[in-house]
Design a protein around this ligand. Sequence first.
Ligand code: WT7
Length: 695
Amino acid sequence: SLVTSGHLRHVESMAQLPSGAGKISHLNAVILGEALASEENDLVFPSPEFSAQALVSSPEQYQQMYRRSIEEPADFWSDIASQFFWKEKWHPEVYAENIDVRKGTVKIEWFKGATTNICYNALDRNVEAGNGGKIAIYWEGNEPGQDGQLTYAELLDKVCQLSNYLKHVGVGKGDAVVIYLPMLMELPIAMLACARIGAVHSVVFAGFSAESLAQRILDCKPKVVITCNAVRRGPKTIHLKEIVDSALTDCAKDGVSVGLCLTYENQSAMEREATKWQEGRDVWWQDVVPKFSTKCLVEWVDAEDPLFLLYTSGSTGKPKGVLHTTGGYMVYTATTFKYAFDYKPSDIYWCTADCGWITGHSYVTYGPLLNGATIVVFEGAPSYPDSGRCWDIVDKYKVSIFYTAPTLVRSLMRDGDEYVTRYSRKSLRVLGSVGEPINPSAWRWFFNVVGDSRCPISDTWWQTETGGFMIAPLPGAWPQKPGSATFPFFGVLPVIVDEKGNEIEGECSGYLCIKKSWPGAFRTLYGDHERFETTYFKPFPGYYFTGDGCSRDQDGYYWLTGRVDDVINVSGHRIGTAEVESALVSHPQCAEAAVVGVEHEVKGQGIYAFVTLVEGVPYSEELRKNLILAVRNQIGAFAAPDKIHWAPGLPKTRSGKIMRRILRKIASRQLDELGDTSTLADPSVVDQLIALSDR
Ligand code: WT7
């Protein structure tokens, strides 16, 4: 039954395509490199030269591998897993799962009983294979000309020193460590050092505010927080240590005191002397870590021991601590990286994501390093000193695989082609996109201008929860359609269901769910398995529910259409409407707030907030600024509302539920599509809101 499921049939029909060239009746086929991708519905084929050298070079080859991954998952994944080092092999089964809430607790296990270490597999294994002299990290600082590099052997030494220090201060297997660092080499070093000793890292994106950081510290109670004194991003200096200080003070008030704040001195941003210091708690990284040995024995952990926690937004206020374990995540991130980017040992790979998000975990750090890849880590901002910075970096390091987000593509597209064409970019071979659906016009610009119509684009759909790519084109195999993430990765069984949870086949749209587990899946929400089941497995029993809408076209291609829950995707960052609302109402003059997403030219979605003030408080520009400030302080600058719309009242049903559908239409000025407003407790609210639209 698996093989006759909707998309596999489509895969079979696609497999009949001649790979490299061809036409389908209703589609206008284009061969990569020979013509520009322009028309709507183009099929963009990889060039025959690209396909010839690709790891997977035809739809047939994909189909064969995919079929095996679905029909014999245990054999498929254990063959791949055998390429890694395991101290002990798994037993008795490759995987065990129950994702059907009707049958009991949801449980996902891969390679259970095996022991391994992801840091060992990423570093020692590559050094022992003779690649110790290969560059692991090229680091590019905020200022052009400021750079550094580490070979695999050097990276291993640095990681071991920090591991030894962490052990020395009492961090052991299963202990949490919070990391609040910018994109210095020390960020992946800190992650790997934790993994080496079996400690669980929780990286908090260094753009989060003190309150958000405190919330995450309170949740996982780390022994150590690792940070740096300050960072320069573009023309600005951000004092990270002060943010940590304030978070730690708040946590202490709530009964969680962290005894150690290991602080890296980021000299180019701030001198040591200028840094506020709490004796006894704060320690300079440079004063202690280099004193430790560069050899550190590995802590072997069970494949199902936790590797990291990463908080992400959901539809309610409290962020969710997504928990990933070791073995399955290791196998999955390495394999998806290799195939979705057609990775070869000669590649230089740059992912622009920050390690504070899942992309930086799976595809800056673990996936590439497990493959022995050379990565670029960039501290700065992509438009500093000007909009050509990315291509300057691409030429400088001869980057061959460039992975970024649609929001960056759109903002660079707006700045003009000259910033791109000024640089050679001839080292580029594969491009990648992640974070939100990439609109066809941005896709084409990325393809035609950045990639000179030569480089396939891997549009990778996945989530913090999935650990790695779920739907993504294998660049040498598939003709691409601009804006479609194409087909599922090996072992992934996507299904589209209707409102009632019935699978729909063929050409259709609905809710995207996944049937069966995959090795990289998260295992729980930290400390809240019930919320894990309620959010992801109860909406459509028998499936993992992604929260995304999706359609499948007549050729079986998947098109992601965005979140169907109360989550907004701003520049590829997930923000819960409830989080922003709770930040707004924390302002004493705000009585009520309702937040919706609206289309935004660069960010994908912008944050639009309807705000009702406390009786008698007048609207003012100053208050508007303070409300935005409240959100910046509670979440972070990236969550600041783009628009505050004063609302004397909000459209509510008689039972008091806010009708967001109506607010979305008002926010996007689709006033003729308001729909039925008769069930509102007070329909006149709608007219008042419309009248206040432009204030
Ligand atoms: C949500 C997950 C996965 C790393 C970055 C974001 C959206 C992500 C795509 C894509 C269409 C995408 C989805 C998803 N999304 N990539 N290629 N095409 N939508 O991770 O913060 O966990 O967000 O981002 O809506 O559910 P995240």
